[in-house]
Design a protein around this ligand. Structure first.
Ligand SMILES: *[C@@H]1O[C@H](CO)[C@@H](O)[C@H](O)[C@H]1NC(C)=O
Ligand SMILES: *[C@@H]1O[C@H](CO)[C@@H](O)[C@H](O)[C@H]1NC(C)=O
Ligand SMILES: *[C@@H]1O[C@H](CO)[C@@H](O)[C@H](O)[C@H]1NC(C)=O
Ligand SMILES: [Zn+2]
Length: 458
């Protein structure tokens, strides 16, 4: 989701400005805008690919970058990874990441993984999973439970079910075998060892996307094609996420950073990985070339929109449309724009869920940040903002995230789609933020003495 990088930077800069003001913390909106602009200033403005661009690229032999295309494996890393603890250079970390990716994507390892997960599913679990799917449009849907009941196959099961239920398999004459194969490949290309950016997050975002697609305004106007693009984009939007942020990839000279010119590095990679899997599976091979190209470029529009560093661009565009009241959903470009906004909402909707679900997501994302920080410390790199487990607090991270990214987005979404669901989501955001604030106050009033030993700064 790309959230890791810039959001970290936002909070870091906000803190920095607050410090410069000697603690006079006043985050007015102009500050915030200035921060975003400063951050975005260093980014290349993304030029949206038109269908023609894609065609030119494909003709010029645009090769998808996934799958064994970077097999520069240094086998010493495999050995040094075990206890021996040989200090690795940043260059070696880069190789390690490529290596892991190569291992996971090689057919050999894929076969082994498949064998290991051949459990005989308890009929009862299967029945309960099916039962849950009847309420898949509920905002309270518990994706963690569903993932357990499906033996870790939530993304495959949920996406297949939604495509089927929407009549998309029939409408686009999709081959069930190819579809399952595609979805299994998608699920396996998520890193299950990532605490947050794994297939369960993708399944959660897909479920949220489905809830938004069911909203009156969208359900009334969106075509089968729109729904297909929206669901596939949601399922693939974080494909092959390495569990570290863009900043990490840049500072370790990871090949993806140079491949994508330090810009929306992860999102570009998710998109190209999705395109690679689509082509490999042949899921849409029976559709006209133009449709396939349109699918690929629209997936790009949607997935690249999840780069959180570009949120203000999308949000101000959204505001302008809402102020003018000029969104016409019979216009395909406007529908695509709403799909982008819906995917952005789905991607950061964790704080809009019930506390029980929301809290689990917060813990997972914090764990992933802190893990990155641990790796950085271990290899003597600067510990990235929000990634230092000795300094950062989960409630501070969440309060900042909610205040600067989630609330502004969902307030506009509720203006666009003023429904019960939107009100429910805003309600949860408010309650969850209050809960985190409660913890923050508890900590500040009880003082550092109550900190457990392991959390103390050495
Ligand atoms: C979930 O997927 C597994 C493996 O593809 C399949 O055996 C099971 O029947 C599916 N369950 C549901 C509820 O669709
Ligand atoms: C990406 O950023 C790094 C670090 O700032 C820099 O060394 C590198 O040249 C940049 N690469 C590109 C392609 O801009
Ligand atoms: C890469 O980024 C630099 C500035 O950051 C820009 O000058 C250059 O044109 C970009 N190259 C590509 C291929 O996007
Ligand atoms: Zn995401």
């Amino acid at each position: 989701m790309g959230i890791l990088l810039i959001w970290s930077l936002v909070l870091f800069l906000i803190k920095w400005i607050a410090c410069k003001r000697r603690g006079a913390i006043s985050y007015d909106s102009s500050d915030q805008t200035a921060l975003y602009i400063r951050m975005l200033g260093s980014c290349v403005i993304f030029k949206q690919l038109s269908t023609r661009d894609v065609r030119v690229r494909s003709r010029a032999g645009f090769v998808s970058e996934r799958r064994g295309s970077h097999p520069y494996i240094d086998f010493r890393i495999l050995h040094s990874q075990s206890e021996t603890d040989v200090p690795l250079s940043a260059r070696n970390i880069r190789r390690l990441l490529s290596f892991q990716r190569y291992m996971r994507s090689s057919l050999f390892f894929r076969g082994i993984a498949a064998q290991n997960s051949l459990y005989i599913l308890d009929d009862d679990y299967n029945g309960q999973a099916k039962c849950m799917l009847e309420k898949v449009g509920n905002w309270n849907f518990d994706i963690f439970l569903f993932d357990r009941l499906t033996n870790g196959n939530s993304l495959v099961n949920l996406t297949f079910h939604l495509l089927n239920q929407h009549g998309l398999i029939e409408h686009f004459n999709l081959d069930m075998v190819k579809l399952r194969r595609f979805l299994v490949m998608v699920q396996e290309d998520y890193h299950s060892q990532n605490p947050y950016h794994n297939a369960v997050h993708a399944a959660d975002v897909t479920q949220a996307m489905y809830c938004y697609l069911r909203e009156h305004k969208l359900a009334k106007t969106f075509t089968q094609w729109d729904v297909l693009v929206g669901l596939i984009a949601a399922a693939t939007h974080d494909l092959d996420h390495p569990g570290v942020n863009q900043l990490f990839l840049i500072k370790t000279n990871h090949y993806l950073a140079s491949l994508y010119n330090n810009t929306s590095v992860l999102e570009n990679h998710h998109w190209r990985s999705a395109v690679g899997l689509l082509r490999e599976s042949g899921l849409f091979a029976h559709l006209p070339l133009q449709d396939r190209q349109q699918m690929e470029s629209q997936l790009g529009c949607l997935i690249l929109a999840t780069d959180i560093s570009r949120q203000n661009e999308y949000l101000s565009q959204f505001r302008i449309h809402l102020d003018k009241g000029d969104l016409h959903l019979d216009n395909a470009d406007h529908r695509l724009f709403i799909l982008q906004m819906a995917l952005k909402c789905a991607d950061i909707c964790n704080p809009c869920r019930t506390w029980e679900l929301s809290k689990q997501w917060s813990e997972k994302v914090t764990e992933e940040f802190f893990h990155q920080g641990d790796v950085e410390r271990k290899y003597r790199l600067d510990v990235s903002p929000l990634c230092d487990r000795h300094k950062e607090k989960i409630y501070d991270i969440q309060i900042g995230f909610i205040t600067y990214l989630v609330e502004p987005l969902f307030v506009e979404w509720a203006r666009f789609s003023n429904t019960r669901l939107s009100q429910t989501m805003l309600g949860h955001v408010g309650l969850n933020k209050a809960s985190w604030k409660g913890m923050q106050q508890e900590q500040s009033s009880s003082g550092d003495d109550t900190l457990p030993q392991k959390d103390r700064i050495p």
